[in-house]
Design a protein around this ligand. Structure first.
Ligand SMILES: Nc1ncnc2c1ncn2[C@@H]1O[C@H](COP(=O)(O)OP(=O)(O)OP(=O)(O)O)[C@@H](O)[C@H]1O
Ligand SMILES: [Mg+2]
Length: 287
């Protein structure tokens, strides 16, 4: 990850991480997202929420980057724009050199090459669909030409293999989301995001609702999968404490801007911004 001296990044100075070798897998330039907020009273004017403003970033293939910041700082908005799930107000995104433009493109090619674990993924599970059907969704979406018998069989095996890799019970594919614990549901969400073999995984607060032990195991699994599959990983979290377990670079966001970026080591050893220092100071200390 590197940030160019644009909005927000200009203040990074010496703390800016050296760009890693290799071309960017995903990059954003001048990315902004403004929402129109309708007036709440009759004679009031509509106002704007600036969810994101002037984001420049570049993430190299194979990197693992954490996006941190307090609630409302724009982390989820950034992920949505990177994947073309939402249109930017200005600026652009490219993936492997190709423009990500949801206004002109169905972005099926991007869906095949990326996976996302949504914040609160449980709400994106259909309670009437089995885990097998839920996890197979990205496979269906990337094939889209009807499924013949052998292909369906292949899909079932692919789904079982990824469920198994995420240490879910053998019969998970035939059961329903409500039968699983919070930690298991998070792992189901990761399975769904990885089943089609993406190059880039974006995970939005993948462990924040989990207790310490379950959280540790899932972070361990994500780190292993990253190595095994050669994934590029972008993890959003408001908890800086998990970052050393999974990411070697950090982007710190506040009020829609990148205010600091660098290697995990740098940010923990010499945070430049008071805000980052506060995020670090807020971490629970082991007795
Ligand atoms: N659809 C929307 N309409 C209007 N405002 C929105 C919308 N989505 C996000 N926002 C606003 O954009 C800002 C950034 O929101 P975002 O969800 O990206 O924050 P976040 O960093 O992911 O927060 P959290 O840690 O709570 O998930 C917030 O002020 C939010 O209220
Ligand atoms: Mg969010």
């Amino acid at each position: 990850m590197s940030t160019s001296p644009g909005a927000g990044a200009g203040s990074l100075g010496g703390a800016q991480a050296t760009p890693s070798s290799g071309a960017a897998l995903i990059a954003a330039t001048g990315l902004s997202k403004h929402y129109r907020v309708p007036p709440s009273r009759v004679f009031q004017r509509a106002s704007r929420t600036i969810a994101l403003e002037g984001i420049d970033l570049s993430i190299a293939r194979g990197e693992s980057v954490a996006v941190v910041g307090e609630s409302g700082s724009g982390k989820s908005t950034l992920l949505r724009l990177l994947l073309g799930l939402s249109r930017p107000s200005s600026g652009s995104v490219s993936f492997d050199g190709r423009p990500v433009d949801p206004a002109r493109d169905d972005l099926l090619w991007l869906r095949r090459r990326t996976g996302i674990v949504f914040q609160d993924p449980y709400s994106s599970f259909d309670p009437r669909r089995t885990i097998g059907q839920t996890v197979a969704e990205p496979l269906m979406a990337s094939v889209r030409n009807g499924s013949s018998g052998p292909r369906e069989l292949g899909q079932r095996e692919t789904v079982r293999a990824i469920l198994d890799r995420l240490e879910l019970p053998r019969d998970a594919a035939d059961r329903y989301p409500q039968e699983f614990s919070g930690g298991q549901r998070q792992r189901i969400a990761v399975a769904r995001a990885l089943v089609h073999g993406p190059e880039l995984l974006l995970a939005d607060e993948p462990v924040s609702a989990l207790d310490v032990l379950v959280r540790g195991r899932l972070l361990g699994l994500l780190a292993e999968l990253r190595r095994e599959l050669g994934l590029t990983l972008v993890t959003v979290t408001h908890d800086l404490g998990i970052v050393p377990r999974i990411a070697e670079r950090i982007i710190v966001m506040r009020a829609g801007r990148i205010i600091e970026a660098g290697t995990t080591e740098q940010i923990f050893a010499e945070p430049r911004e008071d805000y980052t220092r506060e995020l670090i100071a807020a971490l629970p200390r082991l007795p």
